[in-house]
Design a protein around this ligand. Structure first.
Ligand SMILES: Nc1ncnc2c1ncn2[C@@H]1O[C@H](COP(=O)(O)OP(=O)(O)OP(=O)(O)O)[C@@H](O)[C@H]1O
Length: 669
């Protein structure tokens, strides 16, 4: 099956970073023709795989709520047996009426015994008059249909509740697992697709899954009870009813699998669509979108991708249902022939009127049951495929931790050493750091400088162990970082990243999240804000520290870039740690705020190892030592004075920046 764009699909415009390869993805070529034996083998494998998947699905449902699962199971059993019971009762009623009429016509005593034959058991009533027997049967019918209504209500209720529970439970599983994954996992586009797939399907698939598994069980019960009724009367009829829906099932299963493949391959397209949509609908991007008048362009890109996605779905969905319908005509024809056979049998006197009614009711119900059984199998199979992606995600190994981590030296002095460290980001051939060696003694304040892309942020991320070196090692107080428990290590490091997060939460939470154990410790939060120079700013907000920041939710107040940076900096100060890593902490601050911060940092850094990245040489010169990186390598190191005397690249950049200030017209200084 091909998924190329055809003439009737929206024409793909030339390649763009927004839309990607718009005529991809394409399915792998399907084998041209298969002989009957390999088709049967494949069918067997499909059914086997599907049935093996059922316990997995049931385990998920059970985990979501054992009580609701039991309720649904009970409702399903009742609903599954009702058609057979109803058909049986109708047959008894018709035969009773016929016998009563016969007795009255022949002027014989109107007395009869009602009997119900179950496997290994026959129940008989005492002698009843025709009217009494009809009343008893009507009562029994009332009971059956009453129970059936109750079962329908229980089924609908438990299904809906279970669906909600499962959606929640699967989303929680995905979130919990994702929060433990290695950062490297999030770097690849394939992983994003997997996550997206698992998350998006997590809201819809459980719904379909619960329905299909229990629908399957219900159909299986109806099937078994109907077969028991039908086989007793005519095994041939049972066989015809059994086989007639098979072709439609095979066709549906094939299209179910193709549907899954289209969804899977369309995942990158849908992710691009979501991204394009967010560019127009999210406050973060809306500013530029309006400023550059990008709305129309972005909407066009979205429309292009949406058109491609729809066209593929349309072709598949149309084929699936039209071809499925053609095959189900076989079942319809078999039903009509059964009807003819039974009616002729009744006319010839081989069958009673009750038998005729039982035959027709049972044959139709059996056919429906077989169809639902196969339909259920197809749908469980399809849902299983989607669930595979969920299980695949849940099976992704979480961030590696040493089996027996070495205890963090106590007290931690913060002596950091890079020994011949090289590092490339996951999926990148280009090394971000190459054979980097340096030492930061405990308590020292070190500035990392260098051009854009020199590797400064990478050094910060490696010390915080967001990644492990590709070669060489990093030690803290003599212990390789890989031998430590990452959480324990991170608990001893205060970090502010260059691309810090602005949480849509209150000011207090934005700071307190720096150490969740103290999220409610207002004194500590305010002290941290004080260290970052954010105290007055936050105290003056409409609800002080309880003011929600950001505009996503009600009552939110938006901050300026520099104000957000102060909040992020406050967060880094929440932990009273021996190591402090600050990646461009003042890039958005005004000159006074920056000056004041570095004055305070002088005291805050007392006794702590402090590493900061900065492009402003006025702040860099305050450091005890300066490390200058270029192309991922250390090119110069020393104090400001030493580097100026060395007259290398640092001195050149410093002089360039100083001259820019000195040459500025007096009014701009
Ligand atoms: N997540 C990533 N995946 C792949 N490559 C990356 C990633 N982050 C950074 N790089 C690459 O690693 C190199 C070093 O990046 P790094 O962010 O450490 O530079 P930097 O010195 O902090 O730059 P800047 O001054 O612009 O912040 C760059 O070539 C960059 O392209």
């Amino acid at each position: 099956m091909q998924f190329f764009i055809r003439k009737d699909e929206p024409s793909a415009s030339p390649w763009s970073g927004f839309t990607g390869e718009s005529d991809a993805p394409e399915s792998p070529p399907q084998p041209a023709r298969r002989d009957i034996r390999s088709r049967l083998r494949r069918l067997g494998a499909t059914i086997g795989g599907t049935l093996r998947g059922v316990p997995r699905v049931l385990a998920l449902v059970w985990q979501a709520s054992p009580r609701l699962t039991l309720g649904l199971a009970a409702g399903t059993v009742v609903a599954g047996l009702v058609p057979a019971a109803a058909a049986y009762l109708v047959r008894m009623l018709v035969d009773t009426v016929v016998r009563t009429l016969q007795a009255r016509a022949d002027q014989l005593p109107d007395l009869q015994v009602l009997s119900v034959s179950l496997p290994g058991l026959t129940l008989r009533s005492p002698e009843l008059t025709g009217t009494e027997a009809i009343v008893v049967l009507t009562l029994a019918q009332f009971l059956v249909f009453g129970t059936s209504s109750l079962a329908t209500a229980v089924n609908a209720m438990t299904r809906q509740l279970l669906q909600e529970r499962m959606t929640l439970s699967i989303r929680l599983k995905v979130m919990t697992h994702a929060s433990k994954l290695d950062l490297a996992f999030f770097e690849g586009s394939k992983s994003y697709d997997l996550l997206r797939q698992a998350q998006q399907e997590a809201t819809t698939r459980p719904v379909a899954m619960v329905g299909s598994v229990f629908g399957l069980c219900q159909a299986a019960l109806t099937f078994a009870s109907m077969v028991a009724l039908l086989v007793g009367l005519s095994p041939w009829l049972a066989l015809v009813a059994l086989l007639a829906p098979v072709p439609a099932f095979i066709s549906d299963a094939r299209y179910g699998q193709r549907g899954f493949l289209v969804t899977l391959w369309a995942s990158p397209i849908r992710r691009r669509m979501e991204y394009l949509s967010s560019l127009v609908t999210t406050d973060r991007y809306a500013k530029e979108t309006q400023l550059f008048g990008l709305g129309g362009y972005l909407v066009d890109r979205f429309r292009l991708l949406g058109g491609i996605f729809y066209a593929r779905q349309r072709r598949l969905v149309t084929a699936r249902y039209l071809i499925g319908c053609a095959w189900s005509m076989v079942a319809v024809l078999a039903g009509s022939l059964t009807f003819l056979y039974v009616a002729l049998g009744a006319v010839s006197g081989r069958l009673t009127l009750g038998d005729l009614i039982l035959y027709t009711a049972a044959a139709t119900a059996l056919q429906t049951a077989v169809q639902s059984l196969f339909g259920g199998l197809t749908s469980v199979y399809e849902n299983n495929l989607y669930l595979d992606t969920l299980y695949h995600l849940l099976a992704t190994p979480v961030a590696t931790r040493p089996a027996h981590p070495r205890p963090l030296p106590s007290p931690l002095r913060g002596h950091v050493v890079f020994e011949n460290v090289s590092f490339s980001y996951p999926g990148s051939d280009h090394p971000a750091l190459t054979d980097l060696s340096f030492e930061i003694r405990s308590g020292q304040t070190v500035a990392l400088v260098g051009r854009n892309g020199a590797g400064k942020s990478t050094v910060v991320k490696l010390v915080a162990r967001l990644y492990d070196p590709s070669a060489g090692r990093i030690t803290i107080d003599g212990v390789d970082l890989r031998e430590l428990d990452p959480d324990e290590l991170r608990g001893s490091i205060g970090v502010m990243l260059q691309d810090f997060v602005a949480y849509q939460a209150t000011a207090a939470e934005n700071i307190g999240l720096g150490d969740v154990r103290h999220l409610d410790d207002r004194a500590r939060i305010e002290a941290s804000a004080g260290k970052a120079g954010a105290l007055d700013l936050l105290a003056d907000l409409p609800d002080g520290f309880d003011t929600p920041l950001g505009k996503w939710f009600a009552r939110g107040v938006e901050l300026s870039g520099g104000e957000w940076q102060k909040v992020a900096l406050s967060r880094a100060f929440m932990r009273d740690t021996p190591v402090l890593l600050l990646d461009e902490p003042t890039s958005a601050l005004d000159a006074r705020a920056e000056h004041e911060l570095f004055d305070r940092l002088g005291q805050l850094a007392e006794g702590r190892t402090t590493v900061y990245v900065s492009h402003r040489f006025s702040t860099v010169r305050r450091a005890d030592r300066i490390l200058m990186l270029d192309g991922g390598q250390l090119v110069e190191e020393g104090t400001h004075e030493e580097l100026m005397r060395h007259d290398g690249e640092y001195a050149e950049l410093f002089t360039m920046q100083a001259a820019a200030y000195a040459q500025a017209p007096a009014g701009q200084r």
